[in-house]
Ligand binder design. Structure first.
Ligand code: FNR
Length: 388
């Protein structure tokens, strides 16, 4: 077993253990992957200010995200097909998040259903919703999230139509995988994954199959999304969801200042500055570049969270310094899950927590709630003026 000290170590192990089509599904972005790469690269370009001879005892990473106490400003992002990175993946990730004191978000497109995750975990989790054409199904999903006592609803606004990832098309992505010769040969080299998968019944989209009339199987994900996701979504629908849910609402997929203002007008509790991890509009700016302008545009009218490219505690500190109340991590936890199941997700969170704690200390700060852009080296970070 290799010694794991970074998220990249987890990624390498996941690449060995997860079938190619699911590893590629997590590990890629749309079209040229320029935005996907920029999400990480733009974090790296930002430099930190080292400070010395400051009392660093008694540090705290505790803060609040979307009205909830969290052990650090990190939550697990909603990711589809998580139960294909590792059998029962959503349940394992939710447990790992709870044990580390951070929120877990269950995707509409999860393998384990809302009810299943609620029954097998103790802490309330967040539920992510995609707007589909079938409004009766939308209402039933919202009711199911309420019945499962989900503590926030996250409505994703940037995937009414699906961006194209070349590898998914070439690999013939489906859940479960089709028994083609290429797939069978690849599965043959992933005995751990197969063993766990043979010991679970959860191999379909748990929130959907069996709940929507006429949907017994949705092996072709992109075809189903094209049919069911509603391309007519507007701010009026956001209001419709808000009325029906009645609880904490987070709007995900905001990348533009004008959209951020409109999102704040809805009275939602938080927005997530996000380009869907570089999986939708290739050529859009990185999330960290878009952040300062959006923070500037909304002021304190709405809480601002960020995801996209967060691979370390340094990245979390930089996002917080530029005005995010917290971050969401997608791939960083998926690599952990694929590598080592529940313990892998915990490892990913521990790595990020330790990096965040040490980095904050090196910058001469002891409380994450007091961190602002003065921990960053002027001239190295994006500003609100960047896209004006
Ligand atoms: C996602 N993302 C996503 N978002 C969402 O709202 N619903 C979903 O079902 C999914 N599915 C999904 C699958 C996979 C494999 C990935 C990598 C991402 C986007 C996700 O919530 C988040 O915005 C990004 O993952 C953040 O970028 P990083 O942390 O992966 O760089």
């Amino acid at each position: 077993m290799p010694v794991i000290t970074t998220i990249e170590d987890l990624r390498s192990l996941a690449r060995r253990r997860v079938p190619r089509m699911f590893f590629d599904y997590a590990d890629s972005g749309s079209w040229t992957e320029a935005t996907y790469r920029a999400n990480e690269a733009d974090f790296q370009a930002i430099k930190l200010r080292q400070r010395v001879a400051v009392n660093m005892e008694g540090r705290s990473l505790h803060t609040r995200m979307a009205g909830q106490d969290v052990a650090m400003p990190v939550a697990l992002a909603p990711t589809g097909l998580t139960g294909m990175q590792h059998a029962d993946g959503e349940i394992l990730a939710a447990r790992a998040a709870a044990s580390m004191g951070v929120p877990f978000t269950l995707s509409t497109m999860s393998i384990c259903s809302i009810e299943d995750v609620a029954a097998r975990t103790q802490s309330p989790f967040w539920f992510q919703l995609y707007m589909m054409r079938d409004r009766a199904f939308m209402e039933s999903l919202i009711e199911r999230a309420k019945a499962a006592r989900c503590s926030a609803l996250m409505l994703t606004l940037d995937l009414q139509i699906l961006g194209q990832r070349h590898k998914d098309l070439k690999n013939g992505l489906s859940a479960p995988p089709k028994p083609t010769l290429a797939n069978l040969l690849n599965l043959g080299s992933k005995p751990r994954w197969c063993w766990h998968m043979l010991h679970t019944q959860r191999r379909q989209f748990g929130n959907i199959v069996g709940h929507v009339k006429g949907v017994a199987d949705m092996s072709s994900l992109s075809g189903w999304i094209a049919q069911q996701f509603d391309p007519r979504l507007t701010w009026a629908d956001v209001e419709w969801i808000k009325q029906r849910w009645g609880g904490r609402l987070i709007l995900k997929g905001i990348l533009d200042e004008e959209d951020a203002r409109l999102a704040a007008d809805t009275g939602a509790d938080a927005i997530v500055v996000s380009n869907h991890g570089g999986r939708q509009l290739d050529g859009a700016p990185s999330s960290i570049h878009a952040l300062p302008g959006i923070v500037d545009a909304v002021g304190d009218r709405i809480e601002v969270l960020l995801d996209g490219g967060v691979r370390s505690g340094q990245d979390v500190l930089k996002a917080v310094a530029l005005g995010a109340k917290g971050t969401l991590i997608g791939r960083a936890f998926l690599y952990g899950l694929g590598a080592m199941g529940e313990e892998g997700v915990r490892t990913a969170l521990r790595i990020i927590q330790r990096e965040l704690d040490l980095t904050m200390a090196f910058c001469g700060r002891t409380d994450i709630c007091q961190v602002d852009r003065s921990v960053l080296l002027p001239g190295t970070y994006p500003t609100a003026a960047l896209y004006r």
